[in-house]
Design a protein around this ligand. Sequence first.
Ligand code: FE2
Length: 259
Amino acid sequence: MKILFIGDIVGRTGRDIVKTQLSSIKEKYKIDFVIANGENSAHGSGITESILKEITGSGVDVITSGNHIFKKNEALELVSNKNINLIIPANYPEKVQANRIIEKLIDGNRVVVINLMGRVFMKEGLDNPFYKLDELLQKIPTNSIIIVDFHGEVTSEKKAFGYYSDGKVTAVIGTHTHTQTSDTEILPKGTAYITDAGMTGSVNSILGDKKESIINSFLTGLPFKPEPEDHPAKLEGVVIDIDNDSKKAKNIKTIRIIE
Ligand code: FE2
């Protein structure tokens, strides 16, 4: 089983390259299942139902999210819709009605997708993602392929979560920093890991957004409004090769396509 994880899709530029490139990537790498982080897919912040449909229409099976998931007004209703393939970080307090885990049967293999969020320099008030993982694992049948999107800011927290999860899940894929890291590895107990899968959006940008408004924010201390930059675009992510019997990862490699 081969799974493609696409790094944070930012705005139309990111959505466009997913649309134009995903089918050829699937063919080239013989991909069986696609996950993408889509929390910045609606004009750089949040997601809407029509954009979700656009991304899944391009061939993405499950969309994960993070700290920007509730930016659009319709988000609360959207994330509680059981018929859509969108999840929020599972360590949001239980009071939030939302999809937190998605299970799919792919060629006889149960694939489970989980999203968790780091707490360092991130949103306050979230449950501890380490304990939350263990709690979720108690409800997941053994012999499942389990992919975790760990949405976090800090490399140490992500790495710690990776090692904590080693042998418990198939892969821990970091997201949120929009900067692809060069630390893909198979951890000692068979879990594939990367600190950040990267970003899918504008090449000549700051994390997908126009440079000028962000530089101005650093010069003035004023807040910036996300304004996704245009093409050229890049698509970044990882391809995880999984052993169907053991459900452990055999290989993980980064991809980057520029158009
Ligand atoms: Fe984020």
